[in-house]
Design a protein around this ligand. Structure first.
Ligand code: ATP
Ligand code: MG
Length: 870
């Protein structure tokens, strides 16, 4: 069965059990302060489990793009080395939100695997939670009893808290789980060792394929458990592992999910898969990692130096490094796999097909730059090796190479072992630990439990219409971190504060109590569908009613920038073409930033056209047309651009200014005329094929022009207020060119007459014509002079010192015949004498120069010249 069909069968089966089938949510999480990537199928539904959003459909099934490379789930180091863990993989899942529970979850899982997909039940094992004393949790007898109906009891295994009690994180929803494992070894192997003894023992052919989680508790900050108001089912089955079983393979990489990529790597790198373990690992790493990076870029996460972008960069670098070392590829090649991937996955995940070109460019550029780093690193490592006494290389230096230059430590070890040397690993680990502790200390956040004042989970946002209203605090908690100190997070029954999201900053403002006391709100964010207001302190009586007031000025400026961002997007597509796609934006009160796909630098004319387009729309005073809570299809019909990154259950909001229609949750001006004016401040590249425009609107433009005007006036004054300042500057420039030329001629003349004088000063010492002298000339003229004298005088040894702007220079010229005859070397001489002027230099044996920062040493250096010939 082809992998495409496997996916479809899963979805069809659960559709037949009355599940709504939804598309995968994004793998990259943009507005979740607790998580960078979706690492399990349940992540997009977190808020349903937490009871912070009401569900429309109580039964859902899907396949979810997951990435396990950071945080609680990190499989990165396993990937490639084993055959069943990936960085990016699909998790097939079925969900019940307060609907069916253990019985149906177990019955249906069995029905699908055994009756529909025809997996031999004699190769299946299941696990059941054995209970945990510390949490006062009993054995999961209920699950055991349901399994017993399907499978012989000796195939039901007890599992401990580590394997069979699923938790979202240190806090939050959790519950016992039951896993299904398959044993796909040969009959021969099965006869030797029982599959039962290999379950959960990291055997590559006895693996977990499906985990059924029965969510029934909430883990609180103090570690205790409380029962959730409703019981849920959350299941996750590894798609690639299921394909391995159904296609009778022994490795995920032998299924058709991976073989097209592997064939391509074989062809490009001229290596065969399946002959050499090191090469196989490298090929698996590359086939796996290109998927993770491609899906991340398609979701809008470019490789970068911080946060989620850095995680993606590290994955790609791991692939490049494996190709470099084990497949001997010193040129970019991974980017070539993108088109194969897009052919293979593009039908179910259209974002990969749509962004094929961008993904290819980004990967190629990253490969280029990291391969350069590797080359440079090799040179630096060579230096470290040369300066090492003995065979043990300093872990500190290796750490520096790793940390500052991004040179992989395993590559360092490998190269050292090839040279019969070793790395001081203890020292390296100690350095790494030190650095980790530093960042851990900075990042630790302590979160208290919510103090619930009013049981109200639906916090209404009223900030599109009003900026001030009476509110009540429904819950609050304290959050402490090194970075921000103690902060209080407040949730209201309703709020006018806009939470950070869609690129727009969160609102600031204050809460006013009836006695006039004020609590400042310093930021607003959204977490699991709750709008959270950050305050430095807590009101004395949190249960009273407060007047909540949004900082109107900041909100207005931000709205101007947000609406201008939409017009800018429209302008870019109009001026540059419809290949332009938004790749990110940041809307602040002071300015806006817009990232978009485009292959070349914008010309001055293009920038002007873009600016004019936006300003024309501002001048036309186009009113805002806002559509709230409309289904996505309706918005698309209105002409809104389809975005990847919407998730199931979202009704959307569409913002229209004339022909600009965008899906957007942000706050906007009522009329484009409010923006007053739009000005582009900068245009630059931020990655291969991605450009960034920074711009300002409204008051900021006034500020910008008045600042520019000030500079203009200052310049005029410096030029002594000429009638035509532009002409005054070109006049100055021309005059400058003429003066330079005259100076050159004068200097040449001076050198000529100097030459005449110098010839007379040459002394003959031991058959060598020697001259050492300090001169007041520029370096170019000295060079000319030296060569001229060299032509005129035989057996010449010339040493000249000069001083310019506090710096010292030495020049040495030696007639070519003397180099051999007298063993003289100008390069070496200036290197040695250079020390006297606190500098260094070099050059050829007959001509060399040195520069230093100590002009006082010139005299001594000149006196020392004689040393070489007597
Ligand atoms: P394992 O012990 O094999 O790492 P897990 O306990 O981490 O699995 P879950 O978190 O329960 O797995 O995820 C549910 C399912 O997702 C697993 O049963 C497995 O089929 C699949 N899965 C988990 N991690 C990966 C991965 N890194 N690559 C591919 N599939 C995975
Ligand atoms: Mg795991």
């Amino acid at each position: 069965m082809k992998s495409q069909q496997v996916r479809q069968q899963f979805l069809d089966f659960f559709a037949s059990k009355k599940h709504t089938i939804v598309p995968s949510s994004p793998m990259v999480l943009k507005n979740d302060p607790t998580l960078m990537f979706t690492n399990a199928g349940m992540v997009p539904f977190k808020e349903f489990f937490l009871g912070q959003k009401t569900v429309k459909d109580k039964r859902i099934a899907d396949t979810q793009k997951c990435l396990r490379v950071s945080g609680k789930h990190n499989d990165l180091e396993e990937v490639g080395k084993d055959t069943y863990h990936h960085t990016m993989f699909e998790m097939l899942g079925n969900w019940s939100f307060g609907d069916y529970f253990k019985k149906e979850a177990i019955d249906w899982a069995w029905e699908l695997l055994v009756d529909v997909l025809k997996i031999d039940k004699d190769c299946l094992y299941v696990t059941v939670f054995e209970g945990a004393k510390e949490d006062e949790l009993a054995y999961d007898q209920e699950a055991y009893d349901y399994w017993k109906k399907h499978i012989s009891e000796d195939r039901i295994i007890n599992g401990n808290k580590k394997d069979n009690f699923w938790e979202m994180g240190a806090q939050g929803p959790c519950g016992p789980c039951s896993e299904i494992h398959v044993d796909i070894r040969s009959d021969e192997d099965k006869a030797k060792i029982s599959g039962k003894s290999l379950v959960n023992m990291d055997h590559p052919q006895v693996v977990e394929i499906w985990n059924l989680v029965f969510m029934e508790f909430n883990r609180k900050a103090d570690g205790s458990l409380e029962k959730l108001p409703a019981q849920h089912v959350d299941t996750g089955m590894g798609f690639e592992r299921l394909c391995m079983v159904l296609q009778n393979k022994q490795s995920n990489y032998d299924t058709d999910v991976f073989t097209p990529l592997i064939r391509e790597v074989e062809a490009i790198t001229n290596n065969d898969y399946g002959k050499d373990e090191e090469i196989d690992i490298a090929i698996r790493v590359i086939a796996d990692h290109v998927r993770a990076v491609a899906f991340a870029v398609a979701d809008g996460q470019l490789p970068s130096n911080t946060g989620a972008g850095y995680v993606i960069r590290r994955i790609l670098r791991r692939a490049i490094r494996y190709g470099f070392t084990f497949l001997n590829k010193k040129e970019p090649f991974i980017y070539k796999l993108v088109s194969t991937l897009s052919k293979q996955m593009g039908d179910y995940f259209p974002e990969i097909k749509a962004q094929n070109q961008l993904i290819t460019n980004v990967i190629k550029e990253e490969e280029h730059s990291f391969l350069r780093t590797l080359e440079q690193g090799l040179i630096l490592l060579d230096g470290i090796i040369k300066s090492t006494n003995g065979t043990k290389v300093s872990g500190k230096k290796a750490f520096e190479l790793y940390d500052t230059y991004g040179f992989p430590i395993d590559l360092t070890s490998l190269i050292l072992s090839e040279k019969g040397m070793t790395l001081n690993e203890d020292e390296f680990t100690a350095e790494l630990e030190k650095q980790k502790n530093r960042s851990r200390a900075a990042a630790t956040v302590e979160t208290d439990d919510w103090v619930v004042l009013i049981d109200d989970n639906e916090e209404e946002f009223v900030g599109y219409d009003i900026l001030e209203t009476n509110v009540k605090i429904t819950r609050y908690r304290k959050v402490s971190s090194k970075k921000h100190g103690d902060l209080y997070q407040l949730v209201f029954n309703l709020t006018p504060f806009y939470p950070e999201g869609g690129g727009q900053v969160g609102d600031k403002g204050y809460l006013e109590a009836s006695n006039g006391n004020v609590i400042y709100i310093v930021d607003t964010k959204k977490e699991n569908n709750l709008i959270i207001h950050f305050a430095k302190s807590l009101p004395k009586d949190p249960s009273q009613t407060f007047k909540a007031v949004v900082d109107q000025k900041q909100r207005y400026r931000t709205a101007c920038n947000h609406s201008a961002t939409h017009l800018l997007h429209q302008a870019l597509r109009e001026v540059l073409g419809t290949h332009v796609e938004q790749k990110g934006s940041a809307v602040h009160s002071k300015n806006l930033r817009f990232d978009f796909s485009h292959y070349a630098k914008l010309t001055a004319d293009e920038l002007q056209a873009v600016e004019d387009f936006v300003n024309a729309r501002i001048e036309s005073k186009i009113p805002l047309n806002e559509f709230r809570n409309i289904p996505i299809e309706v918005a698309l019909k209105k002409g809104a651009m389809a975005l990847f990154g919407e998730k199931y259950g979202d009704t959307v909001r569409a913002i229209q200014f004339g022909n600009s229609v965008e899906l957007c949750g942000g706050t906007h001006v009522q009329n484009t005329g409010d923006i007053w004016h739009f000005k582009i401040i900068s245009e630059s590249a931020i990655a291969a094929g991605i450009r960034r425009i920074e711009a300002i609107t409204n008051d900021a433009v006034k500020g910008y022009y008045s600042e520019n005007n000030k500079i203009y006036n200052n310049i005029k004054e410096l030029l002594k207020n000429p009638q035509n300042p532009q002409k005054a500057i070109t006049d100055l420039q021309e005059e400058n060119i003429i003066l330079k030329k005259q100076l050159e001629i004068l200097l040449k003349d001076k050198a000529k007459s100097l030459k005449g004088e110098l010839i007379h000063e040459v002394e003959n010492i031991n058959g060598i014509n020697y001259l050492a002298k300090k001169l007041d000339l520029d370096q170019n003229s000295i060079k000319d002079l030296a060569f001229d004298l060299g032509n005129k005088i035989e057996n010449l040894f010339l040493l000249i010192g000069t001083e310019k702007e506090g710096k010292a220079f030495l020049t040495c010229f030696i007639s070519k015949n003397l180099i051999e005859e007298k063993q003289l070397n100008a390069g070496q001489i200036v290197r040695e004498l250079g020390k006297l002027i606190q500098g260094g230099g070099g050059g050829q044996p007959f001509f060399a120069t040195a520069g230093g920062k100590n002009p006082k040493g010139i005299e001594e250096a000149l006196e020392n010249g004689k040393r070489y010939i007597v």
